[in-house]
Design a binder for this molecule. Structure first.
Ligand code: PEP
Ligand code: MN
Length: 355
């Protein structure tokens, strides 16, 4: 099924500037909201975000200020002229947000994973003209994401957008949520008119990953970014590890390179991105392999065994070299690669023996 879409109307989008939605993970106090908003507005952010109802994985965390914080968003609009957006997860949230003239709604990853919750939200938005951004569900299931978009579209929401925030995986190393870029790329293939933003904050989970992920997303043709920003990231009541100050955001935005979509190199770019993603996966696998290797070292140390057991090493090399030639790779190349991996593995094991 296709999606019937109208252009999302966001006044003030700067020429050649992607849509930037930014603001704190949570609206904590009026002062924090206003101070952050003033600074973000000064760096050209078009839409201010702040979570008011926070879905927390575990109980006991800060679950948001609720309706009390809505007037702060209204004040942000009034004072800075930025549009405002917040996450809604229940019809009661939608009604409260609409009453307070929130301009854009977004659906969080935990909610878009639940078709019953999405249907309730879609039902209560029937006949309402408001842009809705749907974050990908926590699990890498494109149909669940598409299903959520379709439910809103069937309820008459025409100003729809998607936000790619990565997918959770049991054993993340580099990213808080795995990018799995092929999923939003497939979404774009199916619905070329659907704007897709990237949320590098929740994807990376660390400030230093925000710039490279943002650049990567723009290079891949994403339509904009949602980035968490807080006047004092380390004092944030939620997601303190990944937020950046408005000043740092300014720096990042200033350094983003906006590329022309040139027909002739698109294919090449797409292929290179696939290579980058595979390299990321390779790095992730290698680091997991080293982790197992360190566990082996711990065990060998306790059992008073030697680090290198040459028979096992020779077996690994032979097996992989032979497999390499079956997979159209030079067996020597495969041998050298595994020798290098083994060398690093032994180095790490030696460190454990020494400790
Ligand atoms: C958020 O944007 O603060 C949030 C909770 O994001 P997600 O739904 O992507 O986890
Ligand atoms: Mn957050």
């Amino acid at each position: 099924m296709g999606l019937e879409l109208n252009k999302i109307h966001i006044p003030g989008i700067r020429e050649k500037m992607p849509l930037v939605i930014s603001g704190p993970c949570s609206a904590e106090t009026e002062e924090q909201v206003m101070e952050t908003a003033r600074k973000l507005s000064a760096c050209g952010v078009q839409v201010f975000r702040a979570g008011i109802w926070k879905p927390r994985t575990k109980p006991g965390g800060f679950e948001g200020n609720g309706e009390k914080a809505l007037p702060w968003l209204k004040q942000v609009k009034k004072e800075t002229g930025m549009l405002v957006t917040t996450e809604v997860a229940t019809p009661a949230h939608v009604e409260a947000a609409l009453r307070m003239e929130v301009d854009i709604l977004w659906i969080g990853a935990r909610t878009s994973a639940n078709p019953f919750a999405i249907q309730d939200l879609a039902d209560c938005l029937t006949g309402v003209e408001i842009p809705v951004f749907v974050k990908n569900p926590v699990s890498p299931d494109i149909e669940l994401w598409v299903g959520a978009l379709e439910r809103f579209n069937r309820a008459g929401i025409r100003q729809l957008g998607a936000i790619h925030r990565g997918f959770s995986s049991a054993d993340q190393k580099i990213y808080r949520n795995m990018p799995l870029w092929h999923i939003p790329i497939e979404l774009h293939r199916r619905y070329p008119m659907l704007p897709i933003l990237c949320d590098p904050s929740h994807m990376g989970g660390r400030p230093e990953l925000i710039a490279p992920l943002s650049q990567q997303a723009l290079d891949m043709g994403f339509d904009g970014l949602m980035i968490e920003s807080h006047v004092c990231p380390t004092c944030a009541w939620s997601d303190a590890k990944q937020q950046i100050t408005p000043e740092v955001l300014h720096e990042i935005l200033d350094h983003l390179v906006l590329r022309e979509a040139v027909e002739s190199t698109e294919i090449l770019e797409g292929l290179r991105k696939q290579i980058d993603e595979m390299d990321d996966q390779l790095m992730d696998l290698l680091s997991k392999r080293m982790y197992i290797s360190r566990q082996i070292a711990q065990y060998k140390k306790e059992q008073n065994m030697r680090i290198v057991q040459s028979q096992r090493y020779a077996e690994i090399l032979d097996k992989r070299a032979e497999q390499g030639s079956r997979c159209k790779m030079d067996p020597d190349f495969v041998r050298r690669t595994f020798e290098a991996i083994h060398e690093e593995s032994v180095r790490q094991q030696t460190d454990i023996f020494k400790s």
